[in-house]
Ligand binder design. Structure first.
Ligand SMILES: C[S@@+](CC[C@H](N)C(=O)[O-])C[C@H]1O[C@@H](n2cnc3c(N)ncnc32)[C@H](O)[C@@H]1O
Ligand code: SF4
Ligand code: SF4
Length: 418
């Protein structure tokens, strides 16, 4: 038997993980599996006694790897198991296209959610918001450069429905391929039925936000009684119209996370949602004081990770989002992400895309790849693991902080994490 071609093994400080480049899934390996894979990759026939393994342990590991499609019939062939990580040579490679550009049309909002990273609400000033013409100029710059997705967001972007309608029509006049999304709390009931035909015509997706399976839970977070009823009714309306809806379901997962997640997932499916994620909010903006993240007491391995989202040959050097995502604020200020809100990169109304990505502040964040993150740089999962930097940084503001992921590659499994 030999190791299949698309299989790679990455060693961490104490353990190793396998990257299956066919399915783009990364999985933890146990010690027996590592020894067998390494022997095969050195061109040796692995035998239990040569690898200091018990016979039962050896065959169990082989059977498991065979079943997962990591091995194939044939003589062992010498080959490198190292993942093909591109060397950056210290040179910054400018992104030739953007995966995602967020357009924050306004800071204002009809709700005052307690966790809101953008600190939005009705009290926020609307002075200086970009006009339709200015937003059209902004999307033109990114369309000329190359962009895969625009998302209209805020605050509550439907407050600027005039901008959404004009700019979405403009984007479609230039490209049918760019994904367009509106991220809205969907509380604004009267306008939605009027807008639905345009959403269909321009193939626009909707993102929305839910905070529980009942009005009591949801409205406590949004600060508005009756908001759950309206949002849920509009989710149903959009799904009935065949529009793709994604829902972020935010909740306090610090206690009994598994039960709560399962209950909310079942409710979301019942509602008809196919695309949703049950997550805790991040400690950003008004969410800074909330500790909703699942607490991890003992060191445990993460489950299989899909890494289809990433250029894994760049994961060590470049941040998975900051190198080809941007957020544009209501007045044209450029931010790395909707949750990484420093505005030191510049102003999109005055700069070209090339100017923006050439700034030292853009590059500094773009370079926050896994090899630059504390402890993650020694983790075997580092080229597959998605890094949400604003969540990891938290209230401490330490740019290179390790996320509280429940795994520490430097410690024994089962060891206390706190
Ligand atoms: C800021 S809102 C803007 C769009 C719209 N007003 C809405 O609520 O859907 C975008 C999304 O970010 C989520 N969000 C707000 N604060 C957050 C935080 N601290 N951590 C994670 N997500 C957050 C909201 O729940 C919402 O799903
Ligand atoms: S999360 Fe959305 S709906 Fe809630 S206050 Fe923030 S912008 Fe408004
Ligand atoms: S967050 Fe860091 S330590 Fe945790 S699994 Fe990902 S790369 Fe490893």
């Amino acid at each position: 038997m030999r190791v299949r071609d698309q299989i790679y093994v990455l060693h961490g400080a104490r353990r190793a993980a396998l990257y299956d480049d066919n399915s783009k899934v990364c999985s933890a390996l146990d010690d027996a599996q590592v020894r067998i894979l390494c022997a095969l990759a050195e061109g040796r026939r692995p035998r239990a006694k040569d690898l200091s393994l018990e016979t039962g342990q050896f065959w169990k590991a082989v059977a498991d790897m065979n079943q997962r499609g990591w091995l194939e019939a044939g003589r062992p062939v010498p080959r490198s198991l190292l993942p093909p990580v591109a060397a950056a040579n210290g040179e910054f490679v400018l992104p030739d296209r953007f995966k995602h550009v967020w357009l924050e049309l306004t800071d204002s909002c009809n709700l005052t959610c307690m966790h809101c990273y953008a600190e939005s609400g009705p009290q926020r000033s609307r002075a200086g918001e970009l006009s339709i013409e200015q937003w059209t100029g902004v999307v033109d710059k990114f369309l000329d450069w190359g962009v895969e997705q625009f998302t209209f967001i805020g605050g509550e972007p439907t407050i600027r429905m005039d901008v959404i309608e004009a700019v979405a029509a403009h984007i479609r006049s230039r490209s049918q391929d760019v994904t367009i999304c509106i991220f809205s709390n969907l509380v604004s009931v009267p306008t939605l039925p009027r807008v639905v035909p345009k959403l269909k015509q321009w193939n626009i997706q909707i993102g929305t936000s839910l905070y529980g399976a009942s009005g009591k839970e949801h409205d406590t977070t949004t600060g508005k009684i009756g908001s759950w009823v309206k949002t849920v009714a509009n989710v149903r309306l959009l799904l009935d119209e065949g529009i793709r809806v994604f829902a972020g379901i935010y909740t306090d997962l610090s206690d009994g996370a598994d039960d709560k997640k399962t209950r909310l997932e079942a409710w979301a499916r019942e509602l008809g949602l196919k695309h949703f994620d049950v997550v805790a909010s991040s400690q950003v903006g008004r969410g800074t004081e909330l500790c909703w993240a699942e607490s991890n007491d003992l060191n445990s391995l993460p489950g299989p990770m899909s890494y289809g989202f990433a250029r894994w040959d760049r994961a060590g050097t470049y941040h998975n989002c900051f190198h080809d995502h941007l957020a544009i604020g209501a007045r044209g200020e450029v931010m790395s992400c909707i949750m990484q809100r420093e505005t030191d990169i510049g102003d999109v109304t005055e700069m070209s895309v090339e100017d923006i990505i050439s700034t030292s502040s853009f590059k500094q964040k773009a370079y926050l790849g896994k090899d630059n993150i504390e402890t993650c740089s020694q983790c075997e999962f580092r080229y597959a693991c998605f890094d949400c930097r604003p969540s990891a940084i938290g209230p401490d503001g330490h740019a290179h902080a390790k996320p509280d992921c429940g795994y520490d590659p430097l410690r024994d499994l089962g060891e206390a994490l706190q």
